[in-house]
Design a protein around this ligand. Structure first.
Ligand SMILES: NC(=O)C1=CN([C@@H]2O[C@H](COP(=O)(O)OP(=O)(O)OC[C@H]3O[C@@H](n4cnc5c(N)ncnc54)[C@H](OP(=O)(O)O)[C@@H]3O)[C@@H](O)[C@H]2O)C=CC1
Ligand SMILES: O=C(O)[C@@H]1CCC=N1
Length: 274
């Protein structure tokens, strides 16, 4: 099976590299293209056998599975390029949350899926959020999830939960990294511990916490309770966080949703304006 990638920016290249490095796909079965051709060529130079296409049309024709890894407002141009070469059997995967499946189904005569990846897929972990259009059969869905399972935990979600789910899985790594950075900065400023040492400690802590919450049988609440020795230090720290962070996440989700709603409308206007 040939798998095509249109857009080898940050996320497109992460997915290509993750699929190759996980052993899920050999480079010979991948074809990539990018508006700035050099980017795709550089990726191909790192993985002998990886093919580059000179146009979106060329990448799409012959690909049974085609990932569109461009930003929301760049979608229309790509759709126009590939419309005539995709077939009813082609599976087109959008990795872009504000592009609605029903709109893609109107514009393209093929099967449509939306898969929201995460930078965590680069290290073959984290989730990929899966949403399917009506033309995707059970077999298509199972085949795609088998592929994604090499680099992630594929999780099916409802399309109306795309934003909030990807706030957690895709934006979340940046939000968590912000938290880690602030923790490290404060530790360095208060005590003189080196930034390198504090960052290493924080990174190991983050990894271990992730494991406790995935395979360790803990929930966020039970983990806090278990670490908070009665009369101990953690409870004092949690008290400060409860006071200072109250409301921050409500604001965050309100803000990401407002930006998303704006993007959905802009994409729709671009798709369907005369
Ligand atoms: N980054 C992340 O962690 C995640 C991103 N996403 C989503 O993935 C999408 C892409 O994001 P990201 O990879 O970060 O963005 P980038 O800007 O890094 O990548 C987009 C790429 O698409 C290329 N491109 C744009 N228009 C065309 C076109 N008409 N034909 C061919 N190639 C084109 C650009 O080429 P050029 O080099 O010319 O600019 C660029 O390399 C976004 O919608 C984002 O929301 C989803 C989950 C996580
Ligand atoms: O910042 C963004 O728009 C994208 C969406 C998910 C992660 N990054």
């Amino acid at each position: 099976m040939q798998i095509g990638f249109i857009g080898t920016g940050s996320m497109g290249s992460i997915l290509v590299e993750a699929f190759i490095q996980s052993g899920a796909v050999s480079p010979e079965h991948l074809v990539v293209t990018n508006r700035t051709a050099r980017k795709a060529e550089q990726l191909a130079e790192s993985y002998p056998g990886l093919q580059t296409a000179r146009s979106n049309k060329e990448a799409a024709s012959g690909s049974q599975l085609l990932f569109l890894c461009v930003k929301p407002m760049e979608f229309k141009a790509v759709i126009d390029d590939i419309r005539d070469v995709v077939t009813p059997d082609t599976v087109v995967v959008s990795i872009t949350s504000p592009v609605q499946i029903r709109h893609l189904e109107k514009l393209l005569p093929c099967k449509i899926a939306k898969v929201i990846p995460s930078i965590t897929n680069y290290v073959l972990s984290g989730a990929t959020l899966c949403i399917y259009g009506e033309r995707m059969t059970d077999e298509d869905q199972a085949r795609l999830e088998l592929l994604l399972s090499h680099i992630s935990a594929p999780i099916r979600i409802r399309e109306e939960h795309t934003r909030v789910s990807s706030d957690i899985t895709s934006c979340g790594p940046a939000f968590l990294a912000f938290f880690v950075q602030k923790f490290v900065d404060a530790a360095v400023a208060a005590t003189g511990i080196s930034e390198t040492e504090a960052t290493q400690l924080a990174a190991e802590m983050t990894l271990g916490t992730g494991r406790l919450l995935t395979t360790g049988g803990f929930t966020p609440a039970s983990l806090q309770q278990r670490v908070s020795v009665p009369g101990g230090i953690t409870a004092e720290g949690l008290r400060i966080m409860q006071k200072e962070l109250c409301g921050v996440f409500d604001d965050l989700i309100r803000t990401t949703h407002a930006k998303y709603d704006e993007d959905v409308e802009k994409v729709k206007a671009r798709f369907f304006s005369p």
